[in-house]
Design a protein around this ligand. Structure first.
Ligand code: ZN
Length: 136
């Protein structure tokens, strides 16, 4: 059992990536499992942003794992990679332009999925073909 204040990678606490539905009190959702691969990808992107700014650059995670019901509630795609803990939605950090953040993500995501939004970028590590890029 992972607790909320447990670190799941160098700069990420479980509370930042767990399912954010409100069913936890009724034990219908346990918060879900986040995949190591997407956390590794996050750390690479965060390191690139820090390198770019020449200082530590926090990157806010807007959404991580979603249980099926929560995914429906937030209007996620039915086969969303958030459901299997393979995806993160990242807010463009302070000091970095949207274009620049997107291009950093593009370089690090590789064969994974990448969506571009006005708030930032969706990244996922699903490498099933075809390679996916979209604008939301
Ligand atoms: Zn949930």
């Amino acid at each position: 059992m992972i607790v909320a204040n447990q670190k799941v990678s160098e700069h990420v606490y479980y509370s930042e990536v767990r399912c954010r539905c409100d069913r936890r009190g009724r034990r219908l959702c346990d918060g879900g499992h986040i995949r190591r691969e997407v956390l590794d990808l996050f750390e690479l992107i965060r390191a690139r942003c820090s390198e770019r700014l020449g200082r530590d650059c926090p990157v806010q995670i807007l959404s991580g794992v979603r249980c099926r019901l929560y995914n429906i509630l937030v209007g996620g795609a039915s086969k969303s990679q958030h459901i299997c803990g393979m995806a993160l939605d990242l807010k463009t950090p302070e000091g970095i332009g949207v274009e620049e953040f997107y291009s950093i993500c593009e370089e690090e995501v590789g064969d994974g999925g990448l969506g571009r939004y006005d708030w930032g970028a969706h990244i996922d590590v699903c490498t099933d073909p075809p390679r996916r890029r979209w604008i939301g």
